[in-house]
Design a protein around this ligand. Structure first.
Ligand SMILES: Cc1ncc(COP(=O)(O)O)c(C=O)c1O
Length: 193
């Protein structure tokens, strides 16, 4: 699919902003929505709106089914083992705090290491900073290069036997089991960031 075709899916680009075409560079903060999403949200609010998982009347059951079916779709899309691995949050900040306050609180011990990058938004720094204060963990920062990128090697070289979590500016997070850390040095391809 060509970029122009993708752009046509987003009605906001039909708007002139102060008489100029819109160039939007704030997607990590708030992403624009394609028509299909806008229409679906409109349809839900217009014809199907109810709460999820909290009532047993017709509309609530239908809304709950839609929500749970979406969990299954996402599971299949990212090839997760179980649909219960899919947890919806309202954004990156909430998701990262959830990971830090659950998995982080349970599995991280004094001296364990978390890798993030020098490019991090505070949503992926503050939760680890609080764990550093409360549990005395260490945060290691993968360096950016002159192009503003974080080469995978800069992450790989920080991984040690004490690394438990690698979280990158691309917002994908992975909790490493000890065996995976051991394998990581011999099988670089298994590393995700
Ligand atoms: C670059 C960047 N990353 C991450 C976030 C956090 O995302 P969310 O609003 O989904 O918590 C923001 C939000 O301001 C952002 O601008």
């Amino acid at each position: 699919m060509k970029i122009d075709q993708i752009k046509k899916e987003f009605p906001i680009f039909d708007e002139k902003i102060q008489n100029n075409d819109l160039v939007y560079l704030d997607s990590a903060n708030s992403s624009q929505k394609p028509k299909v999403v806008i229409d679906r949200i409109n349809e839900f609010y217009t014809k199907q709106f109810s709460n999820v998982g909290r009532s047993v009347h017709y509309l609530a059951v239908a809304a709950t089914n839609l929500y749970e079916n979406t969990r299954t779709s996402v599971q299949k899309y990212i090839n997760a083992k179980d649909k219960n691995e899919i947890v919806f949050t309202k954004g990156a900040t909430e998701a990262l705090n959830l990971v830090a306050n659950t998995l982080g609180q349970k599995y991280l011990e004094e001296g364990d290491e978390v890798i993030i990058t020098e490019l991090e938004h505070h949503s992926n720094y503050v939760p680890w900073h609080f764990l550093r204060k409360s549990k005395n963990i260490k945060i290691n920062f993968a360096e950016i290069n002159e192009f503003g990128e974080v080469p995978i090697e800069n992450i790989e070289k920080l991984i040690t036997a004490k690394t438990k979590i690698v979280g990158g500016y691309i917002k994908i997070l992975r909790l490493f089991a000890k065996e995976q850390i051991a394998n990581a040095s011999s099988d670089k391809k298994s590393i995700e960031a």
